[in-house]
Write a protein that binds this ligand. Structure first.
Ligand SMILES: [Fe+2]
Length: 594
């Protein structure tokens, strides 16, 4: 059976903006259906998955994922008519009764018919008869458990909200998902985090990772008396202590919630562009600490109740790697799986797997499910650039030879910043070594230089390390029960190596580690082995290969353009070494200008 999975609500943001034309830029994502994506599942196995943003260039777009769909079909070599089922990661139609006072919103933004219509307008036939709706949290849960490799697990879903739920607990075994608990928007930890994000002057449903980064610089005890009462968990439920009306008027920027937080934190909301100071860091630290504690205690309680020791986590909340670390440290957790696309993009996979009839996938889950490009396609992109800007590049094609990996490692050891473009693009927000910018963690002023490359990045945001599996234990003190292959959990850096890992260690001593194994990513593993040979440590800084405010680069042409515009020293792409011509003097005599 061929199943196409879709996430997103194609009309929801446009409808929201039309209804609220004066909405502030930072509030443009206070709506459902962002992070649209498509996935193709054939006979229960994931063949392809990609987010729409990578094809359109609009970061975290909620637009109908037509380009992602076309990529998935082309990758699998199937036609539109070959698709047996089209599965969507929302089921608002089952909750239509909640829209009695706003039928217009239901019909124009939330109904499954909006997805059917978008496909029909794109020339698809027989859409309605092939269309299946999957409840949002069910889709999240399946995206995690079905790809975890576990026979049974407790699966927790936490996000802003789905149709009406913001927190769900599932007992999962084989194909069976028993919903053990669910709570609505009033208990939304995702919305609470987004509102603190907005209070700190950042964008709602977008910049939460900045608050997480900022939290390392603050004093968590400063607002402890408030956060302790504001977020709590008891008897298997979460309580968020918003006063009445706090969650009203979202399009106006939640004025009641902002006033409440201002009173409790004793300071006005920060306006975008204002300096970030220690008061903001204290708010971030206080809230993050309590957020992690409450999630940890909630999960702990449910593990005890259910008797489970295998745990899956899904939903945008679990992109918070500090919270994930504190959950992973629980003695009740034997095994933990967080899918790399734990945000709404991942519901495309979850919806497709939910209707595929298979239950769990057989192969170990791989996030490398996006488009790949051949060496010849890289050279085409180089030639195209050279024809438009003659002499701008120096290129040497070595293939994936030992020399190629040695040269890349040499560059890293020599403190050059390189882009690394290989294989299939990652699914989920993190670059995991196929579309990455890499650097030596102990490099001179490495964070400042990377911040210059990844232009205008806030100085408080951390960089993360990718580490050879064999070196993980000696560098990090992790009480995690499973290593993180997907950069979704922090670990504590061992004090004796903090200096060696320099730029990859955050202000609080944590690092958001990616453990790299040969089985999961051989080219990246080979590079790290070479880096270890030269530097003694199989570790590099790994940050996503993208221009500020743009999605991770998908195509070689964008990668080549990125080399020239981002002050990178080198681009290594599918066996070809590329340098900007201005740095050509540094390249050995074997190099030839194309
Ligand atoms: Fe979600």
């Amino acid at each position: 059976m061929i199943v196409l999975g879709i996430s997103g609500l194609p009309q929801a943001q446009a409808y929201y903006l039309k209804r609220n034309p004066s909405v502030l830029k930072r509030d443009r994502r206070i709506c459902q259906g962002m992070d649209s994506a498509a996935a193709l599942v054939v006979d229960g196995e994931i063949i392809a998955a990609a987010a729409e943003e990578r094809f359109t260039g609009e970061k975290a777009t909620g637009a109908f994922p037509m380009a992602a769909i076309e990529y998935c079909l082309a990758d699998a070599g199937v036609s539109r008519n070959d698709v047996d089922v089209i599965a969507h990661g929302f089921d608002y139609d089952s909750y239509r009764r909640f829209f009695v006072t706003d039928v217009h919103a239901f019909e124009n933004a939330y109904a499954g018919a909006t997805v059917v219509q978008a496909l029909e307008e794109s020339g698809w036939d027989r859409v309605a008869e092939r269309f299946r709706r999957v409840e949002h949290h069910q889709a999240h849960a399946v995206s995690a458990f079905a790809t975890s490799g576990f026979e049974s697990a407790l699966t927790i879903v936490s996000d802003g909200m789905g149709e009406i739920d913001a927190l769900s607990v599932f007992g999962c075994r084989g194909k069976r998902y028993d919903r053990l608990h669910h709570q609505g928007i009033a208990a939304s930890l995702g919305i609470a985090y987004s509102l603190v994000t907005r209070f700190l002057g950042f964008s709602f449903n977008s910049d939460e990772y900045k608050v997480m980064g900022l939290s390392a610089y603050g004093v968590a005890a400063r607002h402890r008396s408030f956060t302790e009462t504001f977020l709590s968990t008891q008897d298997g439920s979460v309580d968020v202590g918003w006063p009445k009306a706090a969650l009203s008027e979202p399009a106006a920027g939640y004025p009641h919630a902002m006033a409440f937080l201002a009173a409790k934190f004793g300071m006005p909301p920060r306006e975008p562009g204002e300096p970030v100071d220690e008061r903001h860091a204290d708010v971030a630290a206080s809230f993050q600490q309590r957020f992690s504690e409450v999630l940890r205690d909630f999960v702990s309680g449910w593990l005890t109740r259910s008797g489970e020791s295998s745990l899956c986590l899904a939903g945008g909340t679990f992109l918070n790697c500090l919270a994930n670390e504190s959950i992973g440290e629980l003695p009740e957790v034997d095994r933990l799986f967080v899918p790399p696309a734990s945000g709404d993009d991942g519901t495309s996979i979850g919806a497709a797997l939910a209707v595929s009839g298979r239950g769990r996938v057989r192969k170990p889950y791989s996030p490398y499910s996006g488009p790949s490009y051949s060496s010849a396609q890289v050279l085409e992109a180089v030639e195209d650039t050279q024809s438009r800007a003659p002499g701008s590049l120096v290129a040497t094609t070595l293939g994936l030879t030992d020399e190629y990996f040695a040269r890349a490692a040499d560059d890293i050891a020599a403190d050059r910043i390189i882009a690394w473009f290989h294989g299939r693009m990652e699914f989920g927000p993190r670059a995991l070594g196929n579309r990455s910018i890499l650097a030596h963690p102990a490099g001179k002023r490495i964070k400042d230089r990377l911040n210059l490359v990844v232009k205008q990045r806030e100085s408080f945001r951390p960089f993360a390390p990718a580490v050879l599996d064999e070196d993980f234990e000696s560098l990090f003190d992790s009480r995690l029960h499973v290593p993180s292959h997907f950069m979704l959990m922090t670990a504590r850096t061992r004090p004796e190596v903090v200096e060696r890992l320099g730029g990859a260690v955050h202000a609080d001593g944590t690092a958001r580690v990616q453990v790299v194994t040969r089985e999961r990513n051989e080219p990246f593993w080979r590079l790290l082995r070479e880096v270890k040979r030269l530097t003694g440590t199989g570790c590099v800084i790994n940050t996503s290969f993208n221009v500020k405010n743009q999605p991770i680069i998908a195509h070689p042409a964008t990668a080549v353009a990125g080399l020239l515009t981002m002050s990178l020293d080198r681009l290594y792409a599918e066996g070809t070494v590329l340098s900007p011509a201005v740095a050509g003097a540094e390249v050995e005599a074997t190099s030839s200008a194309l």
